[in-house]
Design a protein around this ligand. Sequence first.
Ligand code: UDX
Ligand code: ADP
Length: 468
Amino acid sequence: MNRNIVCIGAGYIGGPTMAVIAKMNPDRKVMVVDINAERIAAWNSEDYSLPIYEPGLVDVVKEVRGRNLFFSTDIEGAVKECDIIFVGVNTPTKMFGRGAGRASDLQYWEATAREIKRFAECDKIVVEKSTLPVRTAAAMEAILNGERIPRAKRVAQGDALAGVGSGISFTVLSNPEFLAEGTAIKDLLEPDRVLIGGPQTDAGAKAIQAVVDIYATWVPQERILTTNVWSAELTKLAANAFLAQRVSSINAIAGLCEATGADVDEVARVIGADGRIGPKFLKAGPGFGGSCFKKDVLNLVYLCESFGLHTAAEYWMGVIRMNQHQQERIVSRLFAAMFNTLANKKIALFGFAFKADTGDTRETPAGTVARLLAEEHVRVTITDPKALVNARRDLADLSDVTYEEDEYKAAEGADAVILMTDWRHYPTLDWNRIYDSMRKPALVFDTRNCLAAAELRKIGFRVLNVGK
Ligand code: UDX
Ligand code: ADP
């Protein structure tokens, strides 16, 4: 077994994770492969215009690319060359057939398993990185270690490696990724924990150790936790569901604060001072977005339903419902504040990414709000320092939306600004200048509670917040 590593899937998880693994393991060759040639070209671009924005990522890629980190579309060559194979392909929520809207679409993942099987010439350790519903490792194992393609058939298929596959064994591990976008490099370099799940057999123990060795070059031993495969897979879903649940819980309190005159930031500060609860993930806002939370909670719901645990399924579904409700509430409150008509008004969305420090717009609350506003015939202008390319693509079907890099231009002539993403520089903009260029009465809806509301009111703005 050699020490080379490949990750199949050069996305938000595969790219940064492998860059850090390569940085911390200079004696190993690390490869990242993808079917998307354009994406690979961007990873390899001379001017480092990488396909994803992540603070600190360019520096790591500059250090390791061409040294021991290589991006390529040659999946076959990489599978042959590397005995440890991470799988980080996309597993979006299934939009058709059984489990539609809840279960994960595993077609990319299954295609990958079949490719690994077709190209492998010796024993491999296959490590799941994508979020997958519990027990998919078993399916992966079945595809990889199940029926072997007979030599005659492989020859007939023109497979140059005819016959080499038989007798190969694959050990499937689960190594869920806990990094958050925007802090991926920091999370990878200083993880709270690394989780590696594997079969409780001798081969499983050896494979787990092989993956522990990769992380042990920089992660303290006590932070590398090993479990059985099912625990590892379920932990990823459960951890994200707990985090999502905290966001929905504080957002549920926010509505009550608005109705009663309580201030959600004060409530959160005091709740969070209880050591048993802790201060993180208690920020009320427009609701959670991102590729993981909704998908993982829906997966959990689907699993609960499949096992007849209907009350548990309902419980977790409430987290999703609360999140959708939060975005609908933003538009309802705006509607009421803008004299019950939004048609033909201009509204500028400040921020479109689902959180600061990323260009990612998957499941972004700003997308839902933009669509609800478009239904009301609002003229929407969107500004964002990193997410305009994705915003244009996401909203390509909406005609009355414009995109503007410059915040001041975006606000010109607008009736309202809705701050959707907590970009750090928004509070430092010249809000006097913004006010002067807007139509009056000018309104700011700060859904992240990050602007100085009292100052804005002094300028002349009407101000709305979440939970106040
Ligand atoms: C999340 C998990 O944090 C990470 O461990 C997992 O691997 C992937 O999913 P990510 O989606 O990148 O990471 O970002 P995260 O920082 O968790 O934020 C998720 C969403 O919740 C964002 O839209 C954010 O704005 C929102 N959020 C977060 C709040 O509204 N309030 C909070 O207090 C925290
Ligand atoms: P994540 O956030 O999980 O990293 P992304 O969508 O950013 O997800 O990345 C997943 C990547 O996996 C995409 O770049 C996609 O092209 C790639 N991919 C999907 N299926 C395959 C496959 N069969 N072989 C190689 N790469 C694949």
